[in-house]
Each structure stands twice: as structure tokens, then as C-alpha cells.
Design a protein around this ligand. Structure first.
Ligand SMILES: CC(C)(COP(=O)(O)OP(=O)(O)OC[C@H]1O[C@@H](n2cnc3c(N)ncnc32)[C@H](O)[C@@H]1OP(=O)(O)O)[C@@H](O)C(=O)NCCC(=O)NCCS
Length: 164
């Protein structure tokens, strides 16, 4: 597997990968291609965007453009003590998970951000076990003082968030 910077030509395949993974376990979201396209389009055009994709090695695909097997997208956040990076999304193809692709993407991102002089990498994730365990194993610490608040427009909700 080769890790390289995201290119605009990866967009469609990244949307499809994102929908497959996040509509599956453990997230069970209900993304449509249209909503996911809007979400990723906003992400890649955000100021300070940086993204990497994991693709099959060039030698293994005989010159054909390979579809990404994993992606990690985020953006720079200016903070008082230096630049921080917010990982907005990360996913690995369902059938390719647990083979080290996610770890390789995260390792690559950490290295690149280190070279660029970033101070810190942040992310939000659901679930205490996996995928939280994935980030713990990669050296991420859990904040004890930050709390995530949200205000919910009940009347407008079309989706039941079971068990959340
Ligand atoms: C989370 C995710 C990005 C990890 O990528 P990955 O390629 O599967 O991860 P790796 O193979 O590098 O695994 C590294 C470690 O993470 C943990 N891990 C990964 N998948 C796991 C699973 N299904 N169950 C429990 N632990 C898991 C393990 O500790 C694993 O190490 P090990 O295999 O030596 O035990 C990927 O599984 C994924 O896309 N999940 C669904 C989408 C998601 O939840 N994204 C993050 C939301 S913020």
C-alpha cells in the first residue's frame, strides 16, 4: 500500500469509500452519495485542508489508477500556542480494515505535520471501544476536561439515533 497526498481526481472514489464505511459498522450512518459529496467537497475546499489516501502500490496495478483503500482528511486550526490539526474524517475500506492501513495513514500524517511544525493533532470520535482504541494505541490522549455539547432540533430529526 502506498500513501500519497489527496488529488482532486480521487474525489468520487473517496465519496464512495466514505459512504460504504460510515454506513457500515460500527457507525451505521445513513449517508446518501449526494450528502457525502457535499460533506467531502466542503472538507477538501476548506482553508488549511490536508488529506492523504492509501492506494495499492503502482507496481501491483499495472499503470491503472487505483481507488483509495483509506483516507485521512483534516485542516489546520490556528491556536494561541501554535498550529493544531483537526482530523475531520478517517476511514479504511471495510474489507481492508485491521491490516495496518489506518496506522500507516496516521503515521504518515503525524510525520508530515511534524515536518510542517504543527504543535498538536485533535479529533473527535464516537464509541469508547473501537475506534477509540485505535487512536489510543496510536498515542492519542483522551481529554478529561473537554465536553462535547450539541443542541438538537428534535422536530426536524428524520433519523432515530438508536443507542446513542
Ligand atoms: C478506525 C479505522 C480507521 C482503523 O483503520 P485500520 O486499518 O482498520 O486500523 P489498523 O489495522 O492499523 O489497526 C490498528 C489497531 O487499531 C485497533 N483496531 C482496528 N480495528 C479494530 C476493530 N475492528 N476492533 C478492535 N480494534 C481495532 C487495534 O488495536 C489495531 O491493532 P491490532 O490489529 O494490532 O490489534 C478503520 O477501522 C475504520 O475506517 N473504521 C470505520 C470508520 C471509523 O470508525 N472511522 C473513525 C471515526 S472518527
Amino acid at each position: 500500500m502506498e500513501i500519497r497526498e489527496y488529488r482532486s481526481g480521487d474525489f468520487k472514489a473517496c465519496v464512495e469509500l466514505f459512504v460504504r464505511v460510515f454506513n457500515g459498522e460500527p457507525c451505521r450512518d445513513q449517508w446518501t452519495q449526494e450528502r457525502a459529496s457535499q460533506y467531502l467537497d466542503e472538507a477538501v475546499h476548506r482553508r488549511g485542508f490536508l488529506g492523504y489516501v492509501a492506494v495499492e502500490d503502482a507496481s501491483a496495478r499495472h499503470g491503472a489508477q487505483a481507488a483509495p483503500q483509506g483516507l485521512i482528511f483534516g485542516h489546520k486550526v490556528v491556536w494561541w500556542n501554535g498550529d493544531q490539526f483537526m482530523i475531520q474524517m478517517m476511514c479504511v475500506e471495510t474489507g481492508t480494515q485491521r491490516r495496518g492501513v489506518g496506522s500507516a495513514l496516521l503515521k504518515h500524517l503525524k510525520r508530515q505535520l511534524d515536518l510542517k511544525g504543527f504543535m498538536q493533532i485533535n479529533l473527535l470520535t464516537r464509541f469508547q471501544e473501537w475506534p477509540a482504541s485505535f487512536y489510543r494505541k496510536a498515542g492519542f490522549l483522551e481529554s478529561e476536561d473537554l465536553r462535547f455539547f450539541y443542541y438538537f432540533y428534535k422536530a426536524r430529526s428524520r433519523v432515530t439515533l438508536q443507542g446513542r
